[in-house]
Design a protein around this ligand. Structure first.
Ligand SMILES: Cc1cc2nc3c(=O)[nH]c(=O)nc-3n(C[C@H](O)[C@H](O)[C@H](O)COP(=O)(O)OP(=O)(O)OC[C@H]3O[C@@H](n4cnc5c(N)ncnc54)[C@H](O)[C@@H]3O)c2cc1C
Ligand SMILES: Cc1cc2nc3c(=O)[nH]c(=O)nc-3n(C[C@H](O)[C@H](O)[C@H](O)COP(=O)(O)O)c2cc1C
Length: 494
């Protein structure tokens, strides 16, 4: 119908405009033609739905879990879609022709999750209008009991607008009860996405947004808004005389019908008369196994201390309260699901690095694996100051070794020799075996204090990969980041 020149011009035009402009053009053409029934529809033009991407920034897994739910719904609506952590994202890599959804949690004091800091720095340094034409949606996860509610999501939305991005749906800031509201938001997001590209939303698409796969439990026992009661069955200081530390093993019994999985934490709440006006719950990794220790939740709580200016010792509010509990006392708690620190399937080898209270989830992992008769091998790295007084759960690990539930253990007691030895030093000593396990598909887990421990372990892994695989440090860093992105290196650090 078109002559050659016209066809060329049309091809040039179509090649230079984005998907949204094509849709606008389709409407424009229809307007030009008027009321003539042309049967023009997006299928006549064979307009494929544009690709979509969901970026998440998470610390304890909620944003990741939600992004997987959104992905499922958007995919069911006919979009090619993927999810990705923002960890290595650069503004220059964001494609304005891709529908982009950000799900971002807030930590620290209104800050982005640690792993998202490089992305936030990059976006703050990007020039205005660098993302013009980008259609995006932002969702924030937070807790309104903190002073700066959803600070990271709010900051991101502001930056995206400065860069010329256009929100095609208002940002939504979810509070702790987010899981009760996500289905409606996902449904709305699918609709808004369809509206943006001029597609209609079918009933099936609406229904499919109610994902069953990634269950986020809601209601009683799962947020600080509806805690449950636990009774202390047993409490004991795991450190012996001579130790500079006090770490309490606390066993709670509960009656409510709550479910937790290995890797989850318990949120502990304090009565008003004990929290000195600080009513933000504290999280403690659960150190019991749901199968082995049925009806119980165990915690491994280090008493936090600091020195006052006058030299006297001060104590952390929540850990002190817990340390002073006695058998029979009641405690309010809820389960904080962690969807990015799950125990691997039974056939996988796992390497667990957990100095200090970082040991907690691994005690849970090992009991769970022993109960399940899991075939994968288990290797533990633990560290503390002194073997004789700080080896947390020593007899239990010895038993697990004897029964071969635990295959290998490496211990770093930093002050038992003239030079300091930490878990990262042991990792380097065992570099060859570590790489062999990784190449064989092992999953790495790291739990404990963020600074400096987790950073030192990250660096040790990069050094190990550099040396063992003859890579440059940058390539090794990419290798480790790949492991993290592919859920082969999971962290629960605080
Ligand atoms: C996902 C997750 C899992 C966790 N798992 C565990 C776990 O398994 N075991 C565990 O023990 N902890 C764990 N934590 C840490 C825990 O949640 C608390 O942060 C920790 O117990 C300190 O809380 P607190 O109320 O005792 O101290 P806070 O009162 O909150 O004080 C925080 C820190 O500041 C110091 N401090 C307080 N006031 C002052 C002051 N005036 N001057 C100087 N310093 C001061 C305290 O000594 C303490 O070190 C976890 C945290 C997260 C996020
Ligand atoms: C140590 C800590 C600090 C937090 N700080 C904030 C905060 O400053 N503002 C906020 O809105 N939420 C804060 N939260 C709540 C989290 O954002 C909320 O639990 C969210 O669902 C976590 O999502 P994630 O699992 O994807 O990291 C904090 C949570 C923790 C554990």
């Amino acid at each position: 119908m078109l002559i050659k020149n016209q066809q060329k011009l049309l091809e040039q035009l179509l090649g230079s405009i984005n998907h949204e402009q094509k849709i606008w053009l389709a409407g424009y053409m229809q307007g030009q033609i008027g009321n003539v029934n042309t049967n023009i529809s997006s299928s006549t033009f064979n307009l494929e739905k544009p690709p979509a991407v969901i970026y998440f920034a998470t610390e304890t897994g909620n944003a990741k879990g939600l992004s997987l739910q959104v992905m499922k719904a958007i995919r069911a609506a006919g979009y090619k879609v993927k999810t990705s952590a923002v960890n290595r994202l650069k503004v220059k890599d964001i494609n304005p022709d891709t529908i982009t959804i950000f799900i971002v949690s807030t930590h620290g004091e209104g800050d982005p999750p640690e792993s998202a800091l490089p992305f936030f720095e990059d976006i703050q340094n990007a020039s205005d209008e660098q993302l013009s034409g980008l259609n995006y949606v932002v969702a924030g996860l937070g807790d309104s009991s903190y002073e700066i509610f959803c600070g990271a999501a709010t900051k991101l939305d502001k930056e995206l607008q400065r860069l010329g991005g256009k929100p095609f749906q208002a940002p939504l800031l979810f509070d702790v009860d987010y899981a009760s509201h996500t289905s409606a938001w996902i449904e709305q997001t699918v609709k808004s996405t369809n509206d943006l590209v001029g597609a209609s939303t079918s009933v099936a698409e609406e229904a499919s947004s109610l994902s069953e796969e990634f269950v986020v439990r809601t209601g009683k026992g799962y947020t600080r808004l509806e805690p449950v009661k636990g009774i202390i069955k047993h409490i004991v200081n795991l450190n012996d005389i001579d130790s500079a530390r006090q770490t309490f093993h606390i066993e709670l019994e509960y009656e409510d019908d709550i479910i937790y999985t290995c890797g989850d934490a318990a949120g502990i709440m304090l009565p008003d008369e004990d929290n000195h006006g600080d009513n933000t719950p504290r999280l403690y990794s659960i150190s019991s196994s749901p199968s082995y220790h049925e009806g119980e939740i165990h915690l491994t709580v280090a008493l936090a201390t600091y020195e006052n200016e006058d030299g006297s010792i001060g104590y952390g509010t929540y850990s002190k309260y817990l340390a002073e509990r006695q058998e029979g006392d009641e405690i309010e708690f809820y389960i904080h699901q962690n969807q990015s620190f799950n125990l691997a399937s039974d056939d996988k080898d796992i390497i667990m690095i957990g100095p200090g209270t970082g040991i907690a989830p691994f005690r849970s992992f090992i009991y769970e694996r022993s109960e399940r008769g899991a075939g994968g091998r288990n290797w533990l790295f633990f560290g503390a100051q002194h073997m004789h007084c700080d080896f947390l759960y020593q007899t239990e690990w010895q038993e697990h070794l004897a029964t071969e539930t635990l295959n290998k253990i490496d211990l770093a007691f930093s002050r038992d020799q003239t030079h300091k030895v930490y878990v990262q030093d042991l990792l380097k000593e065992k570099a060859k075996d570590i790489v062999e396990w990784i190449d064989n598909g092992a999953i790495l887990y790291l739990c404990g204090t963020r600074d400096p421990m987790s950073k030192d372990v990250d660096q040790a892994l990069i050094d190990i990969i550099t040396a063992q695989k003859s890579l440059s440090p940058e390539e090794a860093a990419d290798f480790v980041a790949d492991l993290e992105e592919n859920d082969r290196y999971l962290k629960d650090v605080y």
